[in-house]
Write a protein that binds this ligand. Structure first.
Ligand code: HEM
Length: 210
C-alpha cells in the first residue's frame, strides 16, 4: 500500500514499527510493576502478578533486556526524525503558544515536534542508564565482577533512571491522548491529511512531495 492512499490517509508507521512500539509499551508496564515490587516492601504484593518474589526477581532483568533491544531497534528507525533543528528551537521559545493550542503561530513541524524530540532523548538516556546499571546489579550473572561500592551506586542510578522513565512515559501517554488522532497513528499506522497538516505541516509537505 502506498504512503498516501485513496482515502487521503498518510502512513506514519509500518506494521513492524507498530508491533515493536507495542512490545516496548507492554514490557515497560511489566518492568514498572515488577521493578516497583522489588523497590519497596510496601509494594511487594505486586510480586503476586509474576508468580511470587523469586520469579519476579528472575523475570525482571530478562524482560528488561527485551525492552532494551526492542527500544534501540525502534530508536534507530526514529533517530533522524528526532534531530533538533532551528525551527525546533523557535518552537521551544514559543511554549505558551503550544500550551494555548495556537499552532498557526508556530514554525512548521516535521515528523516530530521539539517536545517529542526532547522526550525521545530522555528515553534514550534512561534506557542506556537502566541497561548499564541493570547489568552491574544483576546478581546471578554479573554483579560479582564489580566492587560493592559500584553495585550500590548502580542501584541508585537504576532507581533514578526508572523514576525519570516512568514520569517521561506518563507525559508521553498524556500527549498521545491530548493530540487527538495520534493514537490512531500508532494503532492503525495512518493519520488523516488534516491531522498531518495541523500538527506536522513540514512532514505533510514532505509526504506530498514524495
Ligand atoms: C504504554 C502506553 C504508550 C502509549 C499509549 C504510546 C503512544 C504513542 C503514540 C500515539 C505515538 C505516536 C506519536 C506520533 O506519531 O506523533 C508514540 C510514539 C513513540 N513512542 Fe509511545 N506509547 C506508549 C509507550 C511507550 C514506551 C514505554 C516507550 C519507550 C520507552 C515509547 C516510545 C515511543 C517513541 C520513541 C515514539 C516515537 C516518537 C519519537 O521518536 O519521538 N512509547 N507512542
Amino acid at each position: 500500500m502506498s504512503d498516501i492512499n485513496r482515502y487521503r490517509r498518510i502512513r506514519r508507521y509500518t506494521p513492524g514499527e507498530r508491533t515493536n512500539h507495542w512490545i516496548i509499551a507492554l514490557t515497560f508496564i511489566l518492568l514498572a510493576l515488577s521493578g516497583l515490587a522489588l523497590f519497596h516492601p510496601s509494594l511487594y504484593w505486586l510480586t503476586n502478578l509474576f508468580g511470587g518474589g523469586p520469579w519476579t526477581r528472575i523475570l525482571h532483568p530478562f524482560i528488561g533486556l527485551v525492552m532494551f533491544v526492542c527500544f534501540f531497534v525502534f530508536a534507530i528507525h526514529m533517530w533522524r526524525h528526532n534531530l533538533l533543528t532551528k525551527n525546533d528551537r523557535q518552537w521551544l521559545r514559543q511554549l505558551d503558544d503550544v500550551m494555548d493550542n495556537r499552532e498557526d503561530r508556530l514554525p512548521e513541524v516535521g515528523k516530530y515536534n521539539a517536545g517529542q524530540k526532547l522526550l525521545f532523548f530522555v528515553l534514550v538516556l534512561c534506557m542506556l542508564g537502566l541497561f548499564a546499571s541493570g547489568i552491574v546489579i544483576w546478581r546471578e550473572y554479573f554483579a560479582f565482577y564489580f566492587p560493592i561500592g559500584v553495585i550500590r551506586a548502580a542501584s541508585v542510578l537504576h532507581a533514578v533512571c526508572a523514576l525519570v522513565l516512568i514520569c517521561a512515559i506518563i507525559v508521553h501517554i498524556y500527549a498521545a491522548i491530548w493530540v487527538k488522532g495520534s493514537l490512531t497513528a500508532m494503532l492503525r499506522g495512518f493519520v488523516t491529511a488534516g491531522w498531518a497538516w495541523k500538527h506536522h505541516r513540514a512532514w505533510f509537505r514532505e509526504q506530498i512531495r514524495k
